[in-house]
Design a protein around this ligand. Sequence first.
Ligand code: C2E
Ligand code: MG
Ligand code: MG
Length: 676
Amino acid sequence: MTRLTRKYLLWLALGTAPLLAAYVAIAILSSPAIYATPGLGWVLFALAVAGVVALITLSVSLARKILAPLDQVAASLQKPADIDRPPHGSELEIEAVAETIAALQTKLKDMTHSRDVLERLLARISDAILVTNAESEITRANNAAADLLDYPASELIGRSLSQLIDIDLRSKARPGEPAARSSDGTFLRRDGTAMPVSYTVAELRDSDDQLEGWIIAAQNSAERRRAENRIKFLARTDPLTKISNRMQFQHQLQQSIARARRARQCLVLLYMDIDRFKDINDTFGHGAGDRALEIFSQRIVGQLPEGAIAGRLAGDEFAVLLSGFANLSGAIDASDNSANAMLNAVGRPFRLEAQEIYVTSSIGIAIYPRDADNVIDLLRDADSALYQAKRAGGNCYETYSEEMRNAAVDRLMLKSKLRRAFERDELRLHYQPKYHLATGVVAGAEALVRWDLPERGLIFPADFIPIAEESNLILQLGDWVFNQVCEDYRYWQRCLAAPEKVSLNLSLRQLQQLRFLDRLQGMFRYHGVSPTCLELEITETTLMDDAERTVQLLNALYGMGLHLTIDDFGTGYSSLSALQQFPITTLKIDQSFVRDVAIDKDDAAIVTAIIVMAHNLNLEVVAEGVESEQQLEFLRQHGCDYVQGHLFGEPMTSEGLLQLMLDQAQGDTQYKQLFA
Ligand code: C2E
Ligand code: MG
Ligand code: MG
């Protein structure tokens, strides 16, 4: 209350009293009675004055009484909120009420919000959710529950849970825990059929820990069980061939080893793969490759003795485990028999992409416990034996021996040493002459690389080209060979008017490299050697890898004057007509056909057919790997053009070849005796 207001009230009080007094005085004085009694006027006047004074005093004190509490209220209202000041009793209550109201508002908001969220959640959740009261009557059911039980959601409400589910809720829900582990059970659907489900149960309790009901979450477990079985199947089985995958096979092997250990028995592990499987993929595509793997697998499985297990370990690698051998000799006999049976079964022709295909395979064998007593070592030993079988030319089996382990370690060592072979000048180039069969004239030579590793001696390409091909080393190696051939050729040109053509072997990686043509042209220019002096040997597989690009590239090479030869012909899967698109001039029959040409009717027929067909296509034919006079004779009779092989000596050094060519130029015919 302002000071001014206070003053007005005071004056009001003071003003009212005299007015009242004046009114009383006037009333007395105007009365005629007072003039009748002498002295009474003065008495009445004194009484009036005393009354006025008393009235004023009363007014003031009344005004003060009223103003005092109003002042207090005004002061408290005018003062700013003072938090340090201990609140007055009534203020405390007001604050508490305000707080409660605020809390209630928030709670109300939260509840409304969370109920909305809950509704939406229940509607969208894929699990069936049923909420019951303490009497097990359903109070809430979401869409998924309605679907699962085949009821409209509204019809579920009020039903007793026991009509639908055979669950003892009390034993399933653990007090105080959100949800017990899921259990398997059955729900009864509307049409009476039983639906297998997996479900969890949780108790609902109020704030006083009184049981309010239960919440049940359930899933159709038929689907889950199907999925579980599928996952189990996929985890253990190779999807293409439907036999054990690597993991499962190793697991089975481990179990078999444990059993064999207890029974003191032997096991046989056959590790096998398809020879030149890459060629099938490259020639016919991966779909056909898969089909070949399926057929391969079926044939292996068809040969399994009782109790044997087969698995696909990777790509074209398969394994077979034979068990139950009382002694080593029994295991060895069984391994020989099984390996032969498998090689025969796999070797039978089959049709692929409307063509008849022959595949062969190689097998490595390891025996438990003779070679190793655990899964890893046994597999590794069988793999080493397989590597040896491959080296022996494939289509055969090898049994593991101690030296093979050393060979495997060696391969790893070689890789790291090969990198340094270039700077250490450890590579050598040998030349294998090519003879014109009709005249015995040296008509060219093939450059064959060797690696002269000081502590090992001469290493042949079969032992390091595959290693080089695993990395870019093959490109470096290709460049080295090319430069060396050009250098040697330049030297021969100084000694001879026209040295014979030299052929180089080309790897797929070389042909694939970017700007291969430019690199080659650069090297020809650098050495001053004409492309017409060289010939490139390319395998069928390399040609077919990316036939479209290769045709263009080879046309350009041919345009430069280079001659092109197909190497190892007959081992790939290309037909002669498919090869017609390439600008090739020569075809080299693989030595695997030449080897038995004089004694094997099939090989004789194949070689004869190749010669005839090649001549029809105006291609010249070279036979490689000629080792005997019988082979030479056969080839001569069938019109083969050129021959190469150990019959005429091992591949020779650059000086050796120069000498041979010089002798020939000077009319020395000693080397021609075989051709007489
Ligand atoms: P290829 O091109 O088919 O070479 C023929 C292989 O047969 C050579 O083996 C040769 O020494 C061998 N050979 C020749 N005549 C006979 C014979 O009468 N009997 C037997 N059993 N073998 C004979 P090499 O030198 O071990 O080369 C093996 C393979 O290594 C070659 O097969 C070729 O594919 C590859 N190669 C050799 N040099 C190079 C090279 O510089 N670059 C590339 N990329 N590969 C090369
Ligand atoms: Mg060759
Ligand atoms: Mg060859």
